[in-house]
Design a binder for this molecule. Structure first.
Ligand code: ATP
Length: 230
């Protein structure tokens, strides 16, 4: 389980009081299998997600991932929590999906041939066998999003954190990625503006100005969010 204990994230600011608070004293346990964070632009969703795999650490408070403090035990946390960015091109750093998935497998599979075979198998499992060796720039948005997801899944994390996984996709690719996420055995925590996607979660958390302002079943939390924006 992931637990945030009194987490504040503040950054330096040029204007008084000299700091900007991005998250403000957030304490929550994230235990459910499917959790969505929703909230207006700039409310703090991505900041909260980045805390979960130690990409950033709290200014105050603590984040524990299965008992590992993200500040003290970053390597263990990164193995447990996979992270995908909104734009898969910030994540796919090598020329082809095959290269990227192989890179993910490098520490786990020493033999190059075995590694390549496993990378192909991972890509095939998500319908990407035919594009394994295509330039990532020649993939569709959906294929790119899936390739980025597969390169994270190949590390075999127990939790998958996705920052706006469907935002850049057309409806068909959005549905494809939503279905892949729904079928994963992992705990999946997403931030999204896609309220239909959020509604498929067990729990929806509404963030506003760095605080949790609603938290519960999708119907109630989404209604609270609509009221907030009205
Ligand atoms: N490193 C940083 N330095 C200064 N300000 C930052 C930093 N990171 C985020 N912010 C600011 O913190 C606020 C919250 O950002 P965050 O990306 O967490 O919001 P969000 O809810 O994910 O927004 P969106 O829906 O637009 O993606 C924004 O005002 C953003 O500009």
């Amino acid at each position: 389980m992931i637990a945030l204990h009194g987490v504040t994230v503040a950054v330096p600011a040029l204007t008084p009081p000299g700091t900007k608070t991005l998250l403000d004293g957030v304490s929550i346990d994230l235990a459910e299998h499917r959790i969505a964070l929703i909230g207006a632009n700039g409310s703090g969703k991505s900041t909260l997600l980045r805390l979960l795999n130690g990409l950033i650490v709290p200014t105050q408070g603590r984040v524990d991932v299965e008992g590992h403090d993200t500040r003290r035990d970053a390597a263990a946390v990164r193995r447990l929590v996979g992270f995908t960015f909104t734009d898969p091109l910030s994540q796919l750093v090598l020329p082809t999906p095959l290269d990227d998935v192989e890179l993910s497998l490098r520490s786990r599979v020493r033999d190059r041939e075995a590694r390549q075979a496993q990378a192909r198998a991972w890509l095939a499992r998500y319908g990407l066998a035919d594009v394994a060796e295509r330039s990532i720039y020649d993939l569709s948005g959906g294929e790119r999003q899936l390739a980025a997801l597969v390169s994270v899944l190949a590390v075999q994390p127990s939790v998958l954190v996705c920052d706006e996984p469907t935002t850049l996709l057309d409806l068909r690719n959005r549905n494809l990625v939503a279905q892949v996420l729904a079928d994963l055995p992992h705990q999946v925590i997403i931030a999204t503006h896609d309220l239909e996607l959020a509604a498929q979660s067990e729990r929806v958390i509404v963030i506003d100005a760095g605080r949790v302002v609603a938290d519960g079943d999708p119907e109630t939390a989404i209604a609270a969010y609509r009221a907030l924006l009205a």
